[in-house]
Design a protein around this ligand. Structure first.
Ligand code: SF4
Ligand code: SF4
Ligand code: SF4
Length: 179
């Protein structure tokens, strides 16, 4: 088994939005919608404030409320790496998953189904990195298998301090931010 994860170094991210553009291009994300986005947050206080810049997307949670709430089984956890996906043809566009996601990671595609980041599973299946990871000019994003202790993501998490978003939500995110 594999458990895919993304590890993002907030110290290297410059907020250039190349990941956002790459995702829109790779995945034909319709105008007005995004599967990933940039957040800037000030941490600490004067005289040592710190600006954290993050590229955010679906966290491919290990305990995903968007899956458990889905009335049709459209939202599901894929066997390949535990990626959270949506069967477009089973989705009735009820928006229960949009309400259940604490990260506001989903939107209703103009064609009527719930859409979000797929961890670019179509690329990963070919041995490629997700599009956003592959274009980052500062190489702040890393993708790999948490179940492989030798993977870059495992090594980074073992050696650097990190956090996830809204851990109190109990969703067990698989996007980690190095600090
Ligand atoms: Fe579901 Fe939201 Fe978690 Fe993604 S971030 S798996 S959409 S709950
Ligand atoms: Fe499931 Fe689609 Fe409803 Fe989301 S919008 S809960 S994927 S049927
Ligand atoms: Fe978009 Fe793919 Fe990156 Fe997800 S992994 S944000 S779908 S480019």
């Amino acid at each position: 088994m594999s458990r895919f994860a993304m590890v993002i170094d907030t110290r290297r991210c410059v907020g250039c939005q190349d990941c956002v553009v790459a995702c829109k291009t790779e995945n034909s994300v319709p105008q007005g919608y995004c599967r990933d986005w940039i957040v800037e947050e000030v941490h600490g206080a004067f005289p040592t404030p710190h600006l954290e810049i993050r590229s955010e997307r679906c966290n491919h949670c290990a305990e995903p409320p968007c899956v458990s709430c889905c009335p049709t089984g459209a939202s599901h956890v894929h066997d390949f790496g535990g990626v959270v996906l949506v069967h477009h043809d089973l989705c009735i566009g009820c928006k229960a998953c949009l309400a259940a996601c604490p990260y506001d990671a989903r939107f209703i595609h103009p064609d009527g189904y719930a859409d979000k980041c797929t961890f670019c599973i179509h690329r990963v299946a070919k041995g490629l990195d997700p599009a956003c990871v592959s274009v980052c000019p500062t190489h702040c994003m890393h993708f790999g298998d948490l179940d492989d202790p030798t993977s870059e993501v495992s090594r980074l998490l073992a050696s650097r301090t990190h956090h996830t978003l809204l851990p109190e939500a109990g969703t067990q995110p698989r996007v980690f931010y190095l600090t």
